[in-house]
Write a protein that binds this ligand. Sequence first.
Ligand SMILES: [Zn+2]
Length: 253
Amino acid sequence: MAAPWSRISLSSPWKKPPAAHQWADERELGPYLIRSEFPLRDVHELVQDLGDLQDDIEKTLGLRCQPQAIQIHLFNSKRSYNQYISVRIPEGVNRQALYVPGTDAGRVYAYRHSDLETDVRHETTHALLHTALPYVPIWIDEGFAEYFEVPAGRREKGNPHRGELQNAIRFERWKPDIAYLESKRELLDMKKREYRDSWGIVHFLIHGPVAAQESLATYFEEIQSGDVPMPLSKRLMQRIPNLDQAILDHLMK
Ligand SMILES: [Zn+2]
């Protein structure tokens, strides 16, 4: 898995491209317009995964995504990607992949390398999640993107973060700190460790005890109602006695 901290989302608006770009392949698939510098048959499994991703997110999180349009741009090389990005989204240069929100469409950019599929699932998760919720706190946004970036069959037990956290629990006395993650306001504050830790809490919210799943559902309802939601750290502490131990036990299972 590539360094997760290099896949970040930018909040700045997308700017009009300076010139038309030559794409080798282009396909519409549900809400997606996929444009690629290489034939899409080379990544047919990824294309299929994208078709399932919205359904996966909706079923797993109990949300309804309402994507108008999501444009996915796939580049043949890092060089080609950087050339394209440098004139359109200069702050995104040298990022491994990007999600850029926009009023007309969400846009995803990624280039061909061994983790392309992971990058695209990660960034497209951001794009879909932002159509289901009026805002998404940064740690939750990255935690879900890390969760959904692996193929569906590996999400519960096969994400590399699982072993990383188990090692941290065994050898570094790692403890969950949800309030710390909630204090993160900038993507640049999210380092590799924060991505991993956000994944761990998100995994507990999805696969942990019913009280954790209900806390997440209530949290989403509060966000959707326009109210300021009770911090998840607080709600979880109210609902789950000895929360830290419950999270540790869950992650070591
Ligand atoms: Zn991300």
